[in-house]
Design a protein around this ligand. Structure first.
Ligand SMILES: Cc1ncc(COP(=O)(O)O)c(C=O)c1O
Length: 384
């Protein structure tokens, strides 16, 4: 049988078997509505609070600061639009970066149409943010900085602690889209002076359809959804109990295994990169050489197209990506690589391998076995 290799864990992860196990009772036996005061509701309510504790432990915040949502897109929208609405009397200026996920850039664009002023900060060729430029961009109208923890395409990790320190010094809220960091590297909500932090379940072995927004106590923010008083009036709607239990379990597992798992995956990723560098000429590694997620490898190959590369890898059973999940298939140049000044288009093919819990040395070896031949063939084939 053809070997199947999944190296697209930044797009989504498989649900961890223990997460699935923890969730199953909440579809039948423990079906109650956590807002109900009877036995069926109470049984679920206490487990919800346990899940809240587990999320809080992983990112170092108070459990009362955890608000469960349906995904990180909802968390980002709530944070950005909610702060803009609640702090209107203070100012209307938002600072973000050119390499954010569309779940941040699009709400910012929406607010720009609503009369806000948005400053988009550039990054350097390694995808790194200039902290002096960040501080210089702050005015007396600035209400929010939205900067990601780690980039989904390149893995570059921003200096989040320093960003938080600058934001706090100027009395500006700091929203951090930490979707790609939580569960992979330590994230310290309190210690890094973050006001609002977005988490997505399906990037850390919990299911799709659940996320969280951590909201620092005292943060002024209007909810996105209006309805019942769930989640301390921060997010209306009956809670996705099974999903939340799954997210809690995934956070518990991550808190226990993250450090050893990060090291294991880093070794696999480095073996992959060193192997490709040794076998394939005219290629380079994108992103920061040191401040980078341990599982992510973004590579550029001269004289091949991303789509042809991905198609041929897929034929060999290898699932990789040309960037974020939404952009592959759409033949779109990555806005992240463009911001970094990395060449793209027909002359350079960019692909991302993102490793995870299920990857083993054999997976890396399979990629090393087939990728050099694919690149060679594509380079030799006549261009139309
Ligand atoms: C950095 C980042 N932010 C936000 C999202 C959106 O997450 P969700 O699918 O939970 O809405 C993603 C998903 O790829 C992401 O990588």
């Amino acid at each position: 049988m053809r070997q199947q290799v999944y190296m697209d864990n930044n797009a989504t992860t498989a649900v961890h078997p223990e997460v699935l196990e923890a969730m199953l009772p909440f579809f039948r036996a423990l079906f109650g509505n956590p807002s109900s005061v009877h036995w069926a509701g109470r049984a679920v309510k206490s487990v919800l609070e346990e899940a809240r504790d587990r999320v809080a432990t992983l990112v170092n915040c108070d459990p009362a600061e955890v608000v469960f949502t349906s995904c990180a897109t909802e968390s980002n929208n709530t944070a950005i639009k909610g702060v803009a609405a609640a702090r209107r009397s203070r100012g209307n200026h938002i600072i973000t970066t050119t390499v954010e996920h569309p779940a941040v850039t699009t709400p910012c664009l929406y607010l720009e149409h609503q009369g806000c002023r948005v400053t988009c900060l550039d990054v350097d060729s390694q995808g790194m943010l200039d902290l002096d430029a960040l501080e210089a961009a702050i005015t007396d109208q600035t209400i929010l900085i939205s900067a990601m923890y780690a980039n989904n395409e390149t893995g570059t990790i921003f200096p989040v602690g320093e960003i938080g320190e600058i934001a706090a010094r100027h009395g500006v809220y700091f929203h951090c889209d930490a979707v790609q960091a939580v569960g992979k590297i330590p994230v310290d909500f309190k210690g890094e002076n973050i006001s609002l932090l977005s988490i997505s379940g399906h990037k850390l072995y919990a299911p799709k359809g659940v996320g969280a927004l951590i909201i620092r106590k005292g943060t002024k923010l209007y909810p996105l959804l209006h309805g019942g008083p769930q989640e301390r009036n921060r997010r209306s709607g009956t809670e996705n109990t099974a999903g939340i239990v799954g997210l809690g379990k995934a956070c518990e597992i991550a808190a226990q295994t993250m450090r050893t798992e990060a090291e294991r995956v880093r070794q696999l990723r480095d073996r992959l990169e060193e192997g490709i560098l040794a076998r394939v000429p005219d290629m380079r590694i994108n992103g920061h050489p040191v401040s980078r997620l341990p599982n992510t490898s973004n590579l550029s190959f001269l004289n091949v197209e991303s789509d042809s590369l991905l198609f041929n890898l897929d034929l060999a059973g290898i699932a990789a990506s040309s960037g974020s999940a939404c952009s592959s298939g759409a033949l779109k140049t990555s806005h992240v690589l463009k911001a970094m000044g990395v060449a793209a288009g027909t002359s350079v093919g960019n692909i991302r391998f993102s490793l995870g819990l299920d990857n083993r040395e054999e997976d890396v070896d399979h990629v090393l076995e087939v990728l050099p031949g694919i690149v060679r063939r594509l380079r030799e084939s006549p261009k139309v």
